[in-house]
Design a protein around this ligand. Structure first.
Ligand SMILES: NC(=O)c1ccc[n+]([C@@H]2O[C@H](COP(=O)([O-])OP(=O)(O)OC[C@H]3O[C@@H](n4cnc5c(N)ncnc54)[C@H](OP(=O)(O)O)[C@@H]3O)[C@@H](O)[C@H]2O)c1
Length: 321
């Protein structure tokens, strides 16, 4: 089968289109013919290993799993003999950041992993980007216990994580202020926030408003700058470690002090989360934002663009079109 393989950490050019063996499903696995996948910041993180800590998961000196790709949408082509919840021909989507493998014509998933049938009336291209940004956002929103009536702010509302966070927070009933660039104001308004701040015109850290939860989904601010904006027990979460990797340290110290605090949750995803996201998509409460689409052969371009930190939502890779 065709797959995008990387054998060493480095820039976008380390990923190469190659012919490799088709994976063989075990008794508990499904074999998926992948129709669409994505290139996201998780792929870029695993590819570059710029943060040394990622090597403890992906391989100390060279990548353990040589095919990237954590999001997928496709069709089940074969099932292991113990599989009971899927049938050949089912259209499925999901997420796998432990084994990856979606940048290929075929991949396997255990039936109890983060995979379920596709939402009604969605194309493979629309279903592939449902999970990555949304599961990070969901973990952070759950950690902050953000709920109905609370005042929240999402910095970086145009990213994969931020655009999902705005929609999820609205679903949970929060009042949402979204921060984005001038050129994306209309797009961000369409996600349903109560207020939009254009960061090119206004510094959100200078606003008079107070928040229960500030979610910096692009890690461009700091707890120090956001602290004055937080209510007495307000919570700050950033997707980045911070300028001096201070967010981990602050997440250990500040919860013990009883006031405003920093959290740094470890992201997880389960089958139940994927089913939850599917239900939100089906009820029209969540729609992943798609920026550009590429062919498998253009994957280096997709990595290069994802790495700029300027994509708007998600980049879809079409494998079968
Ligand atoms: N290491 C990992 O494995 C990993 C995995 C996932 C995510 N992350 C981190 O999580 C963060 C978000 O990821 P993502 O995929 O959601 O991001 P993304 O899709 O790459 O998007 C970033 C968005 O943020 C906007 N932006 C840039 N500078 C901004 C600023 N100063 N204020 C507000 N918005 C700004 C950009 O638009 P404009 O340029 O138009 O403003 C862009 O739309 C990234 O920092 C990423 O590194 C890391």
């Amino acid at each position: 089968m065709k797959a995008i393989v990387y054998t060493k950490y480095g820039p976008p050019e380390v990923v190469k289109l190659m012919e490799v063996d088709k994976p063989i499903p075990t008794d508990n696995d499904v074999l998926i013919k992948v129709h669409a996948t994505t290139v996201n910041r998780t792929d870029c993180g695993f590819r570059s290993a710029d943060y040394f800590i990622t090597r403890f998961f992906s391989g100390l000196f060279r990548p353990k799993n040589k095919i990237l790709g954590n999001e997928f949408a496709g069709e089940i082509e074969a099932i292991g003999k113990n599989v009971t919840s899927f049938n050949v021909g089912d259209k499925v989507f999901g997420y796998n950041d432990s084994k990856m493998g979606a940048h290929a014509e075929y991949m396997t998933m255990a039936e109890n992993e983060a995979i379920t049938t596709m939402p009604n009336n969605l194309s493979y291209q629309e279903a592939a980007p449902i999970c990555e940004g949304a599961h990070y956002a969901l973990c952070d929103i759950r950690a902050a216990k953000a709920k109905s009536g609370q005042s929240t702010l999402v910095n970086g509302a145009t990213g994969a994580i931020g655009s999902a966070a705005v929609q999820l927070l609205k679903h949970f009933g929060a009042n949402v202020t979204a921060v984005c660039d001038t050129k994306n104001i209309e797009l961000v308004r369409s996600l349903g926030p109560d207020l939009v701040i254009d960061y090119k015109k206004d510094d959100f850290t200078k606003t008079e408003q107070k928040f229960d939860f500030i979610f910096d989904s692009v890690g461009k601010s700091s707890f120090g700058k956001c602290k004055p904006l937080l209510n007495e027990k307000g919570i700050y979460i950033s997707t980045e470690l911070g300028k001096n990797s201070e967010n981990i340290f602050l997440a250990i110290i500040t919860p013990r002090l009883g006031g405003k605090k920093v959290l740094f949750p470890i992201p997880t995803i389960s089958k139940e989360d994927v089913i939850f996201l599917k239900q939100l998509v089906e009820s029209g409460r969540y729609k992943p934002v798609i920026d550009r689409q590429y062919k498998l052969e253009q994957i280096v371009e997709a990595h290069t663009y994802a790495e700029t930190g300027q994509k708007t939502g998600n980049l879809v890779i079409n494998i079968t079109q």
